[in-house]
Design a protein around this ligand. Structure first.
Ligand code: MIC
Ligand code: SF4
Length: 644
């Protein structure tokens, strides 16, 4: 039997377990990436492991999230990261060089290699046929220390892209179609492998838009083959020598095959407040738009921005529109400038922002209250833009440009102009001067630790009995943005006691205070949740900060992959209701109890919990591998990482 792309890469990197979907496997990691907002914790954890140098082929530390410097915190963190990079042989991409995923695609990604990154959109590099997976910072730190990365061996769904996209329809519409089919729920431990005739003419940045937003479906990763287009892309980046062909075998098998006819896809949008709330743009009936933001790691490639420049050439942004552009990388921005497209964009009234995450994470350009904001980014969760009552719609660059001109939702096909043809650069001029490679001769590097770098909290060992109050009960699809907000609060990422004050800030502003006072009384907290708890980002702060507040277990109907791994890493039990309707029988404030936890954890993963307030009992499951059981018993991976 032949192998699919995923099986081929895993087989080459397998360290433990069997290539059987559903089983835990350990794989060797070739490359890692971190970004600043998750990186400080990852490197503090790495430092605690006492490993002299990183053991990967390549580890890159990017500064792209916390680049707004109001107060000393972010600048201090950048310096901490730069000095750590020098000390441990890590490549450092300076603020201003671009968004980690775009830069990694351009400068470092290599077909057939494995990559893990402390950011949920790490699968972007699946466009280069890498097995590229988002993970918590601690898992990335362990990989840098040469340990395997553990994951559930995924099932692989083949998505055949057939036919050809019509003019004005682009890669963003394809991934929005995929989100319409698969939604944001129920796709854990799955990989989307793309194939079909339509893939052959798709450029790597277009493929990257699709692999990037696979993260919104909750899949482990998405992957394209390495073919002629991959070679052309790597040649344009002047690193053709990194090319290797990687194709699925003809007789490869898949858990499922889904066919999408590209010629039938129309311009689409994801309506507030979920990336799977899909509609055609045509149905949006001229809704007035207040803001248009172009950029993010989903749609900020050279092709995306040139397409917009061409659509807007000679036109001016509608007076009601605040028009924002954040190019994905310095390379993209330089190329736009060199070819004159930047002038067209500036003339059209665009406000050019730094090459960074910026508006996407809500740390700048929050729209006016109750605004309609059209964005080419990947997440439109409630409040993520920084404006709680804003309505964010995710769209393609073409649909964004159409709204800039008309001031309202417009199907770009209705612009009645010719769809611009964009010549892709055959050779980008390469300038890696914002990438600092460690100087191997430098000895005794001193790590800079500003006052923003706090202590690394650890969880106590698992208690024999967990007796805890349900301090919060929430519904379905609670994202990590709900659990611990980013935006203006992100500058406290390196200071857990401070950042913890904002846990569930936008859901229940009293939570952090209540949970802390329970912890200070020597008691514990439990959170009860619905489906898909922990959707969205990889930020381990969504586990680390609740752990700091004394949360010992989350009982949910289901969990997202990265978040469940983060909970285990920080010693919090991810418990799933055996019978979903038991969720309805628990109220906030109820006292719950699990006794003989150590025996229970060693068992088959199914056990009873008591609701002492109601005098009832219910079953939960907690299926852990032997490795995860050890982590939970120790109170977190950090407590045993030295010994592992
Ligand atoms: C995001 O898009 O939500 C982020 C900010 O990039 C996060 C990482 C973080 O919270 O620092 C992600 O996607 O993992
Ligand atoms: Fe940055 Fe947004 Fe991409 Fe996250 S999704 S890495 S915040 S651009």
């Amino acid at each position: 039997m032949g192998k699919n792309l995923v099986e081929k890469i895993i087989a080459q990197h397998l360290i433990s377990g069997n290539l059987v979907p559903g089983e835990e496997i350990g794989i060797r990691i070739d490359q890692t990436l971190t970004q600043d907002a998750t990186g400080t914790m990852a490197y503090l954890q790495f430092e605690a492991m006492n490993v002299p140098k990183v053991k990967t082929e390549l580890s890159v530390s990017y500064i792209d999230h916390n680049t707004i410097q109001i107060g000393f915190e972010n600048a201090d963190d950048h310096l901490y990261l730069q000095s750590v990079a020098q000390k441990y042989d890590i490549v450092f991409s300076r603020a201003g060089n671009g968004i980690c995923h775009q830069v990694h695609l351009e400068r470092f990604g290599k077909p057939a290699k494995t990559l893990i990154g402390s950011d949920s959109h790490t699968p972007t590099c699946g466009a280069l046929a890498m097995l590229a997976i988002g993970a918590g910072g601690l898992d990335v730190a362990l990989a840098m220390a040469g340990k395997p990365f553990y994951l559930i061996c995924p099932k692989v769904i083949k998505i055949n892209l057939n036919g050809k996209l019509k003019p004005w329809v682009s890669a963003k519409d394809v991934i929005l179609k995929v989100l319409e089919i698969f939604t944001t729920k129920g796709n854990v431990n799955t990989v989307f492998e793309y194939g079909g005739k339509g893939v052959e003419s798709m450029t790597v940045p277009e493929r990257a838009t699709i692999t990037n937003m696979g993260a919104e479906c909750g899949v482990t990763t998405s992957i394209f083959p390495s073919d002629k287009m991959t070679r052309l892309f790597l040649r344009s980046q002047q690193r053709e020598s990194d090319f290797t062909e990687l194709k699925a075998d003809k007789d490869a098998s898949y858990a499922k095959i889904v066919n999408i006819d590209l010629s039938k896809i129309e311009p689409l949008t994801a309506k507030p407040h979920s990336p799977d709330n899909i509609s055609t743009v045509r149905k949006m009936k001229k809704i007035a738009v207040d803001q248009v933001c172009l950029g993010s790691c989903t749609n900020s490639s050279y092709k995306d921005l040139v397409t917009v420049a061409k659509i807007l050439k000679g036109k001016t942004a509608h007076p009601n529109i605040s028009f924002i552009i954040a190019p994905g990388s310095r390379q993209v921005l330089e190329e736009l400038a060199r070819k004159g497209y930047l002038t067209d964009l500036i003339s059209s009234g665009a406000r050019i922002m730094e090459n960074a995450c910026g508006f996407c994470i809500g740390n700048s350009q929050s729209p006016k209250s109750a605004a309609v904001s059209l964005r080419t980014s990947n997440r439109n969760f409630l409040g993520r833009s920084g404006t709680m009552d804003a309505n964010v719609y995710l769209v393609s660059p073409e649909t964004a440009a159409a709204a800039v001109i008309t001031g309202h939702f417009t199907d770009p096909r209705d612009l009645k102009t010719r769809y611009p043809k964009v010549e892709i650069s055959k050779k980008f001029s390469i300038d890696d001067s914002m990438i600092i490679r460690p100087d191997k001769k430098k000895k005794d590097v001193e790590v800079f630790r500003g006052p923003n770098i706090g202590i690394l909290p650890r969880s106590p060992e698992l208690f024999d009995t967990i007796q805890a109050q349900v301090t919060l009960k929430v519904g379905d699809k609670i994202t990590t943005d709900h659990i611990i907000p980013a935006g203006a609060r992100m500058k406290y990422r390196s200071n857990i006691p401070k950042y913890s004050e904002f846990v569930f800030e936008n859901v229940d502003a009293t939570f952090a205070r209540r949970a802390m006072s329970i912890r200070q009384d020597g008691k514990q907290n439990i959170i009860v949740a619905g489906m898909s708890y922990g959707q969205g980002s990889s930020r381990e702060h969504a586990a680390l900060c609740p752990m700091y507040l004394g949360v010992r277990a989350i009982i949910a109907k289901s969990f997202e992959r990265i978040h469940a791994a983060n909970l285990i890493n920080f010693g919090i039990l991810p418990l799933t209701f055996l019978v979903e309707r038991d969720y309805d029988n628990i109220d906030q404030g109820d006292e719950l109890e699990i006794s003989e936890t150590k025996i229970i954890i060693a068992g088959d993963g199914k056990f009873m919990m008591r609701n002492k307030t109601k005098g009832t009992a219910f079953y939960v499951t907690c299926v852990l591998s032997e490795r995860q059981k050890q982590i939970i018993l120790a109170g977190g991976a950090l407590n045993i990482s030295n010994a592992k």
